[in-house]
Design a protein around this ligand. Structure first.
Ligand code: DAH
Length: 343
């Protein structure tokens, strides 16, 4: 009787161990464990017959059952750890990094189109012997207005309304204040350009923004005339467009220059015939300019009896818009990625 039971135990053990060794998953191992060793598994059922055996049989079958149980458990544990190692190895293989693989294309930022034009202008003026200077965006009333011959109740202040801070500071309405700062800092003779951000209290529309960019130019030396002014701006346009461009000077009032002028260049789209871009005039305005007013030279501690100078103020956003055919200035500072992504 107990012989038969011992054989059955050996068979269960052999079968369970073979199955464990071949199991392909942790679930399969659990099923084998349940079938062989579980509460109503094969081994338990056989051991239920122990009560019918005599003492000696009970002892030998009991021991054999325990040994078989431990053997099967050991086989299951060994296979379990092998399966887990294989799973880890497979996961690692899937995550392996190939350093020779090209990097995935990711969206990276780039220079803003206004910044590109600004940088190109700086390089261009640098090559003409100008120094690039930087100034504060929050400016004193003195440098922004008064030193430029714009006293407190001058009507020119109406066209350049801005944001006023306590203590008389303003968000600068133009880069022209840098004329006086540069003369005070560097003295005459000098050639400087001052690019930067400027602000106005404007009602926004397609051609007006509260925040935009200018580049101020200033040359002071003995014997400087309007001819020098025109030569420099003609050269600027020739380099910007890659060929000579026709220009004209028109009188215009600015309190800080005398004479005050505006420089137009011939429309590049219609070559002067008249089109929508130049509003049928054949000309496009480039900048305000003129000969520096003696009072402004004086404010810069420069002797107007000895030195003369010219100045100009370029609108950088306008140049950028012309370059890329941007029809509405509000896009420029919008920070809208649908716009910026196009450059
Ligand atoms: N600051 C003027 C503006 O923002 C532009 C300007 C006009 C600058 C004449 C100049 C100049 O240097 O000479 O409207």
């Amino acid at each position: 009787m107990s012989e038969q039971i011992l054989q059955a135990i050996a068979a269960i053990e052999a079968q369970a161990r073979a199955a464990a060794a071949a199991a392909a998953s942790l679930e399969a191992l659990q099923a084998i464990e349940r079938d062989a060793l579980g509460k109503s598994g094969q081994l338990s059922q056989i051991l239920r017959g122990l009560k019918d055996l005599d003492d000696a049989g009970r002892k030998s079958v009991g021991q054999a059952g325990n040994v078989a149980k431990r053997q099967v458990e050991a086989a299951l544990a060994a296979r379990k750890s092998a399966l887990e190692s294989a799973a880890i190895a497979a996961a690692l293989a899937g995550e392996r990094i190939d350093p020779t693989e090209p990097a995935p294309r990711r969206a990276v930022g780039h220079e803003h189109p206004v910044k590109t034009v600004m940088r190109e202008l700086e390089e261009l003026f640098d090559s003409m012997g100008f120094t690039v200077v930087d100034g504060p965006e929050i400016e004193t009333d003195f440098f922004n207005f008064e030193a430029l011959n714009i006293p407190p109740h001058h009507p020119a202040r109406d066209t350049q309304d801005t944001f006023y801070a306590e203590g008389g500071a303003v968000l600068r309405t133009h880069t022209s204040g840098m004329q006086v700062r540069a003369m005070r800092n560097l003295g005459a003779p000098l050639r400087v350009v001052a690019p930067g951000r400027v602000f106005r209290n404007e009602t926004q529309d397609a051609s007006h923004e509260h925040t935009f960019h200018q580049l101020e130019g200033l040359v002071v030396d003995e014997g400087i005339s309007v001819a020098h002014l025109k030569a420099v701006l003609d050269e600027l346009l020739a380099r910007l467009f890659g060929e000579r461009v026709a220009t004209r000077l028109r009188p215009h009032h600015f309190p800080f220059v005398e004479p005050g002028l505006e420089l137009d260049f011939q429309c590049r789209l219609c070559m002067g015939k008249g089109c929508a871009t130049c509003k049928q005039s054949g000309w496009i305005e480039l900048c305000g300019c003129g000969m520096v007013h003696p009072k402004v030279l004086q404010a810069g501690n420069v002797d107007p009896e000895r030195f003369t100078g010219f100045a100009f103020g370029l609108g950088i956003d306008r140049l950028t818009m012309m370059r890329h055919a941007i029809s509405d200035i509000r896009w420029v500072m919008s920070g809208d990625l649908r716009f910026l992504g196009q450059f």
